[in-house]
Design a protein around this ligand. Structure first.
Ligand code: NAD
Length: 434
C-alpha cells in the first residue's frame, strides 16, 4: 500500500521503516527540513539500535523515501499516519497543535478515500477532533483510526516488528480491513490485533503508560521506606516480582522515571481527569512520588558531604533517560545535575550516546568527558544515573584510583554494595541496607 507517515521522530521513523520492510511504499515526512536532509543523506537522526539497517534496506530498494513536501505526499497516499509530537502544554494537557496542523494538511490534500491513522499519544476524543478538522476541508471520503504506539525507545525496532498487541480503534469497516491488511505480516504467528472504538484505544495508551509508571513509583516509595527500616528493596523486588500475578518487570527502584512519554502522558491523563471531574488520585500520587524521587540522589550526595557540596566535583555516568537511547527528555540525570550545579558543585558527565543532545541543550554548563573513566579524574564522587551496559561491571580498582574520595552513588542499584564496601568504597544505593 502507499503510506505517508507524517512526523519522522522515534515513532514515525521506526513505523515508516517497519511498514516499508514488509513491502509497502512509504514516504516519511517532517516539517524539520534539517532532519529530512540528514535522512536523505543516509544519516539516522536518532540513536535506536537496528534502525539504521532497517532504514537502509528499504531505501536501497526504493520502498522508503523522505520528503518535506507533506501535502504532495498525503495526496498520493492511501493511508496517512500521524506520528507527530504531543508535548506537554503549560496546563499539563497534551499540546495538539501539531496533530491539528497535520489534520488540516490532510483535509487540504487528500484526493480520494484515505485512511487517517493517529499514532501519536493523544487525549480521548482526539480522533473526533481530527475527523472534524479534515471534514471541514474536503469532500473526499476518509476514515479516522486511533492506533496508539507501544514501542519503547532502545528496543523500538523489535517492539514495532513484533508487537505484543496492536490496538486499532475505529468504527469504520473499510478502515478496519486496511489496518488488518497492513498489520497482518507483523502478527503472523498469532492474531494480536485488538479492535475497539477510537476513544477506548486512546485511553488504552494512557492506561498502559500510567500503570507502568505506577509500578515504578510504588517501588520507589517502598525503597525509601526499606532504607529507613533496615530492609533491602532489591530482596523485596525479587520477592514480589516472582509472584506470577505481579511479574518482575517495571519494579526497579531508582532515580525516578523520565523520557518523552511517561511524565507527559501522566500529566495529560491527570488533565483529562480534571476536565471530566473524575479524581485520579493514584495517577496524581505517581507523578508526585516521581518528582520527589528525582531529588533522592542529590540529597544523598548532599548528606554524604554534610551539606558542603560547593567546589566538589561529581562524576555522573549516564545522561539519557534510560539505556540504549539518546533521548534526554525529562531525564533524571538532568535534575540531579541542575541541583548539583545550584549547590556550587562541578559536574563532569559521560554518556555513550546522549552527550550531543545534552550539549545542544545545555551548552558548556556541564563538562562532558569523552570516556567513562575520563569523567572520574579528580572527582570527589561518582553518581550512576543510567545503567548502560558498559557501566554495569566497570573496573572498580581503576575507579578507586581515579576518584579523590572512594564514594559511589548508585542510582540504579546495579552494583554490589558488599563487594564495593569490601574494596573500601562508601556505597549508597536506592533503598538498600546500609
Ligand atoms: P519526536 O519528537 O521524536 O518526533 C516528532 C516529529 O514530528 C519531529 O520530527 C517533528 O519535527 C515532527 N513534527 C512536528 N510537527 C509536525 C508537523 N506539523 N508536520 C510534520 N512533522 C511534524 O516524537 P516521538 O517520540 O516520535 O513521539 C511521537 C508521538 O508518539 C508522541 O505523541 C508520543 O507521545 C508518542 N509515542 C512516543 C513513543 C516513544 O517512545 N518516543 C512511544 C509511543 C508513543
Amino acid at each position: 500500500m502507499r503510506l505517508a507517515v507524517i512526523g519522522t521522530g522515534y515513532v514515525g521513523l521506526v513505523a515508516g521503516a517497519g511498514f516499508a520492510d514488509f513491502g509497502n511504499d512509504v514516504v516519511c515526512c517532517d516539517v524539520d527540513t534539517k532532519k529530512i536532509a540528514r535522512l536523505l543523506a543516509g544519516e539516522i537522526p536518532i540513536y535506536e539500535p537496528g534502525l539504521d539497517t532497517l532504514v537502509a534496506r528499504s531505501v536501497k530498494h526504493g520502498r522508503l523515501r523522505f520528503s518535506s513536501d507533506i501535502e504532495t505526499s498525503i495526496a498520493k497516499a492511501e493511508v496517512v499516519f500521524i506520528a507527530v509530537g504531543t508535548p506537554q502544554s503549560a496546563d499539563g494537557s497534551a499540546d495538539l497543535s501539531s496533530v491539528v496542523a497535520v489534520a488540516e494538511a490532510i483535509g487540504r490534500s487528500i484526493t480520494g478515500f484515505t485512511v487517517v491513522v493517529n499514532k501519536s499519544t493523544v487525549p480521548i476524543g482526539t480522533a473526533d477532533r481530527v475527523r472534524e478538522t479534515i471534514a471541514a476541508r474536503t469532500t473526499h471520503p476518509f476514515a479516522v483510526v486511533s492506533n496508539p504506539e507501544f514501542l519503547k525507545e532502545g528496543d523500538a525496532v523489535n517492539d514495532f516488528m513484533k508487537p505484543d498487541r496492536v490496538i486499532i480503534g475505529t468504527d469504520d469497516e473499510r478502515a478496519r480491513a486496511v489496518m488488518r491488511h497492513l498489520y497482518a505480516p507483523f502478527v503472523r504467528t498469532n492474531d494480536r490485533l485488538q479492535f475497539m472504538e477510537a476513544r477506548s484505544a486512546e485511553l488504552t495508551k494512557y492506561a498502559a503508560n500510567a500503570l507502568l509508571a505506577t509500578r515504578i513509583s510504588f517501588m520507589n516509595e517502598l525503597a525509601n521506606l526499606a532504607e529507613k527500616v533496615g530492609a533491602d528493596i532489591e530482596h523485596v523486588r525479587r520477592g514480589v516480582g516472582s509472584d506470577p500475578r505481579i511479574g518482575p518487570k517495571f519494579l526497579f527502584p531508582g532515580a525516578g522515571f523520565g523520557g518523552s512519554c511517561f511524565p507527559k502522558d501522566i500529566k495529560a491523563l491527570l488533565h483529562a481527569g480534571k476536565v471530566s471531574e473524575i479524581p485520579l488520585d493514584i495517577v496524581d500520587a505517581v507523578d508526585r512520588v516521581n518528582a520527589r524521587q528525582k531529588t533522592v540522589l542529590a540529597s544523598k550526595i548532599e548528606k554524604h558531604f554534610q551539606g558542603d557540596v560547593a567546589g566538589k566535583t561529581i562524576a555522573v555516568w549516564g545522561l539519557a533517560f534510560k539505556p540504549q537511547t539518546d533521548d534526554i527528555r525529562e531525564a533524571p540525570a538532568l535534575v540531579l545535575i541542575e541541583r548539583l550545579l545550584s549547590l556550587g558543585a562541578k559536574v563532569v558527565a559521560h554518556d555513550p550516546v546522549a552527550m550531543d543532545n545534552v550539549r545542544a541543550l545545555h551548552g558548556d554548563k556541564i563538562a562532558l568527558a569523552p570516556g567513562m573513566y575520563e569523567a572520574l579524574e579528580g572527582a570527589d564522587g561518582l553518581a550512576l544515573v543510567t545503567e548502560w551496559h558498559e557501566f554495569r561491571t566497570p573496573d572498580f580498582a581503576r575507579i578507586k584510583g581515579q576518584l579523590r574520595q572512594p564514594v559511589i552513588f548508585d542510582g540504579r542499584n546495579v552494583w554490589n554494595p558488599g563487594e564495593l564496601r569490601s574494596m573500601g568504597f562508601t556505597y549508597y544505593g536506592i533503598g538498600r541496607r546500609s
